[in-house]
Ligand binder design. Sequence first.
Ligand code: NAD
Length: 463
Amino acid sequence: MATLAYTPVDEIEKIQAELRAGFNSGKTKSVAYRKYQLLQLAYLVQDNAKAFEQALAQDLGRHAQESHFLEINSSIGEIMDAYKNVETWAKPERPARSVNFMFMNPVTYKEPKGVVLIISPFNYPMWLCFSPLAGAIAAGNAVVVKPSEACPAVATLLEELLPKYIDRSLIRVVNGAVPETTKLLELPWDHILYTGSGRVGKIVAAAAAKHLTPVSLELGGKSPVFVDPASDMQLAARRILWGKSTNAGQTCVAPDYVLVPRASQDKFVEALKTAYASFYPEATTTSKDMTKMVNQQAFKRVNGLLQNTKGTLVVGGETDEAQKYIAPTIVKDVKGDDSLMSEEIFGPILPIVPVDDLDAGIAYVNAHDHPLALYVFSQDEAYKSKVFGNTQSGSAVANETIISPAVTGLPFGGIGASGSGYHTGKYGFLMFTHLRASIDTPGWIDKLLGFRFPPYSQSKLDK
Ligand code: NAD
């Protein structure tokens, strides 16, 4: 495990002051300047793809294929989307013409918020730094990025590379754990984007409230999957198992549990077993394809949930504490009060919760916090509409898992306990942008609107 040099706490205020001076210089007002920084950011990722691949392997024991698909390529994609579109996004907008106000020249300017803070989690330590950074830079802000200390190799690489490619007076990395983040949170910012657990999200929101700092919270939760018994079960099984085992289930939008009508549970389990055998033809204790739990604490937590389940083990269940390894595991006949249903699993264990019917599944979901993602596997439009139309969630996804945050043009964010705000593409740009309303009223308008001035009279009111 790499050791991470933490930023001295007493330097943090100075770093913010330097960024404030950089922002106040006005250079980020230029869209050309922002585009140059974005291009540099894309080169940073491209030139150092191998180093990121190795750092991700070191921190998460992750296979290179997963890292390229999930983080390296999608980081470049997100940055280049901002690079290509920032001119359009940043253009002032005129509202639809209204007879009453059109001569006042109404316009909305898109202005940077100022100096912003991005706090990132461990599970996608690259993408969840670069994706919000792209939006913050495109919008013309100065930024502090606080990577997760749980991925020291990636955090070290970010601190080493960012100043080589990006204007140091505008982007800085602060590394550290709770004391360093607490210090950051004591300072006033113009926006804070926090991605991570709801528990820490509350700490961040409370600290931000002291300065009336606007906050976006990208949190997690238990994302359910509805499986229509009449659907293509092989397709559902493959995609659900992939979404659950990728990154060892440490994905904020990982399918957390499956709701399936009781009478069809075994049919679905058979489809999962087939998918499992094709993904993991060798013993899963030795699978080189499986990412590891990020640390011993995470291993112990997820293993504890597994050891305490009262469900029936279908396949998997092997663990190796020294390697922080948990095999992809399927558990059936899981009830609502089971350990596996007590919190977001954030590990490669898939509980199957049999329900009487679709209505019972919908009622179960609605009795809990709004999830970050909600999945339905069905080829029947009425089935999908019924699920989506009677639930609330950050995203509503049919016949797919985990990919939607990377789909260009779609917002990515939660609702209720799964968060607030959106940090991808144009929505990320808007999160870090102040919409500055403006009018410029010519003098002759008083010929039309002079009646507004005192002295007031009944005759003016009657006009
Ligand atoms: P975490 O909350 O433990 O840590 C995230 C960040 O908060 C880290 O940078 C950490 O240093 C900081 N932090 C931790 N404790 C703190 C404290 N007491 N005070 C101030 N800062 C503190 O989260 P995690 O374990 O890294 O990430 C897992 C969670 O993140 C899961 O719940 C997952 O669903 C969620 N998540 C959400 C999204 C999304 O976009 N919605 C994406 C990825 C992960």
